[in-house]
Design a binder for this molecule. Structure first.
Ligand code: AMP
Ligand code: MN
Ligand code: MN
Ligand code: MN
Length: 290
């Protein structure tokens, strides 16, 4: 397989904070010309069976996926896992522990928002959560657009839900070591998601990639819906410097909110080794490519 296949290895369904079902995402990926697809819900793999079955029906190659929330040097970092055994019990248990505490955090966020005059946010956000076990900032953002507090979810994050703003509540997620270990012991490959999104100093970023590799991590997202073209060039350098495989994914959440659609991404730079070269024997190949 070459760098030029249309692989999209990062997106979200109603099982986390996306607005489409795994089946609707599979159909959209197929329609948009994706050749290899992974659903990577936050901290949850309950959508994997549905995604894989829908992909098989459509003649679309599939690889299992997840995006795990990690706390590292005071920031939240996301680690994507690809090609793991979706029935692996230690992975299930680790993800269940990572999800725990989201409801408590959501109540605290709601209390914070009430103090600045935004009432009923917990119940409002919960209405948008397809999975009540996974109430996310995104669901709060949708509620606050619906009620006219902001014009779109980007404005909600800018004014309310990010560090230093009135609806932000600090949360302790999994450790980097645990997330990488859960993925790799389940037979998967760990990938640093959208590295340009973090606000690390050069030294902190070096620590992230060094420790990630030390724990057995093997990949980095270079081309993602969260990166500009210039940022993809920066992380091409990082992939080469750390000897990491490169991944590509839209991070698609919703037709109404996402700026990058499934499969609508530039190719990986040709000097990189794509992560799918190592996923060959973990790809669930569709019998009938249509
Ligand atoms: P949570 O896991 O509840 O902290 O929510 C994180 C999710 O919020 C991310 O996966 C994105 O979908 C969304 N998000 C985070 N930051 C932003 C932002 N600045 N703009 C838009 N969406 C964001
Ligand atoms: Mn999200
Ligand atoms: Mn992410
Ligand atoms: Mn994501």
């Amino acid at each position: 397989m070459t760098t030029s296949i249309n692989a999209d290895l990062h997106c979200h369904s109603v099982v986390s904070d996306g607005t489409l079902t795994p089946e609707a995402l599979a159909a959209r990926a197929k329609h948009n010309g994706v050749d290899l697809w992974a659903l990577t819900d936050h901290d949850e793999i309950g959508g994997q069976a549905g995604a894989a079955a829908a992909a098989a029906d459509l003649g679309l190659d599939y690889v299992t996926g997840v995006e795990i929330s990690v706390s590292f040097l005071g920031q939240t970092v996301h680690i994507v896992g690809l090609g793991f055994d979706a029935d692996n019990q230690p992975l299930w248990q680790g993800l269940q522990r990572t999800r725990g505490g989201r409801a408590q955090r959501a109540h605290e966020m709601s209390d914070d928002l009430a103090r600045v005059g935004i009432h009923g946010a917990f119940d409002g956000a919960l209405k948008y959560a397809g999975n009540h076990d996974l109430i996310s900032r995104t669901h709060f953002a949708r509620f606050m657009v619906e009620t006219g507090v902001c014009k779109d979810t980007y404005e909600v994050f800018r004014k309310y839900l990010t560090e230093g703003k009135p609806g932000y509540v600090e949360h302790r997620w999994a450790t980097l070591k645990d997330a990488v270990t859960w993925i790799t012991q389940a037979g998967g490959i760990a990938v640093v998601a959208h590295p340009a999104r973090y606000k690390f100093s050069a030294n902190e970023e070096f620590a992230l990639f060094s420790e990630f590799k030390g724990h057995g991590g093997q990949g980095v997202e270079v081309v993602t819906g969260s990166h500009s073209a210039a940022e993809s060039v920066v992380y091409t350098g990082t992939a080469l410097e750390f000897g990491l495989l490169a991944s590509r994914g839209s991070d698609f959440h919703s037709p109404d909110e996402s700026r990058t659609d499934l499969g609508a991404l530039p190719d990986l730079p040709s000097q990189l080794t794509p992560v799918w070269t190592l996923l060959e024997d973990r790809i669930q190949r569709a019998a009938n490519h249509s």
